[in-house]
Design a protein around this ligand. Structure first.
Ligand code: ADP
Length: 277
């Protein structure tokens, strides 16, 4: 063990993480709940593939509650380093303390570690996951000289949006073949209306109108719209409507305008709003 490791002292943030207490609302769209439970039981790493805002994060919150495991979520970005995940020495006053990163905390505590939008992370960061996602289930902490064996409940879960920046960013085959892939998409209309109704706090008829409108707006992808309006945007629109904002105005600010800055597309989508309301 290195000399610095002797100084190892847990930071208060490293305290035990708890599973979610209340059940996060999640409406299943297929067999994803049963499949995930089996993956967890078999200590298999899982990748959730699907467009942004279609329920991947909510699914994880729900599964952590169902499996009674703590959930540690990291939103990935292109600056995320291996140290951000694993941990680092911090100098406080005149002493040096080791602080576990979120991945190390999850490994020690048997938590589910959810790396959201993994393709945003640099390749040298992603590589640290490899020994955790095969039979070894170990994490090597070079800076302390430790090799940690993952606690039994530990599970690695990543998410990514296959449509987004497809040509620029992708997972390497050596990474993807370590994961079971669960495909997500926007829920079927009846399901999506139930979600929007529940989450947004609006009536059934209003929720169905919003979902029908979303189906038409999603068609704009053929005309150059980069990202389809998500269930998340529908929920945001519904919650404005529930607070008394006029439906057309709520759709304009929460459903249409966030999608693009392209004047032509915005005009065409606003015309669709005029026809709908
Ligand atoms: P993602 O992680 O895929 O970007 P989220 O999980 O954050 O998306 O989903 C966005 C919002 O959509 C959630 O906060 C929730 O309100 C709603 N949502 C989407 N799908 C579902 C679902 N199947 N059950 C319940 N809520 C859902």
């Amino acid at each position: 063990m290195s000399r610095l490791a002797d100084l190892r002292e847990r930071h208060p943030d490293d305290g035990p993480r708890k599973p979610p207490v209340a059940e996060p609302f999640y409406l299943p769209t297929g067999d994803e709940v049963a499949l995930f439970e089996e993956c967890h039981r078999n200590q298999l790493a899982v990748m959730l593939k699907g467009p942004t805002g279609c329920g991947k994060t909510r699914f994880m919150e729900h599964m952590a509650w169902r499996l009674q495991r703590p959930l540690i979520t990291v939103s990935c970005h292109d600056d995320l380093s291996a140290s951000d995940l694993i941990g680092r020495y911090l100098i406080r006053h005149d002493s040096v303390h080791w602080q576990d990163g979120p991945l190390t905390t999850a490994v020690r505590q048997g938590a589910i570690c959810y790396l959201d939008e993994i393709v945003e992370a640099r390749q040298d960061t992603i590589v640290v996951l490899h020994s955790l996602t095969d039979h070894r289930r170990t994490l090597t902490i070079d800076k302390t000289g430790e090799v940690l064996e993952a606690a039994p409940g530990f599970q690695m879960v990543i998410s990514y949006n296959p449509g987004y920046q497809r040509m620029l960013k992708d997972l390497k085959p050596s990474t993807r073949q370590r994961f079971v892939a669960l495909d997500f998409d926007f829920p079927a209309p009846g399901h999506e209306a139930s979600i929007v109704q529940h989450e947004g706090g609006i009536g059934r008829a209003e929720a169905e109108t919003l979902v029908a409108l979303a189906a038409k707006l999603r068609g704009f992808q053929d005309r150059g719209l980069a990202e389809a309006p998500s269930t998340r945007l529908l929920v945001a629109t519904a919650s404005l409507m529930a607070r008394g904002i006029d439906t057309r105005r709520a759709c304009q600010v929460a459903l249409v305008s966030p999608l693009t800055d392209d004047a032509g597309l915005l005009e065409a989508m606003n015309d669709l709003l005029d026809l709908t309301f």
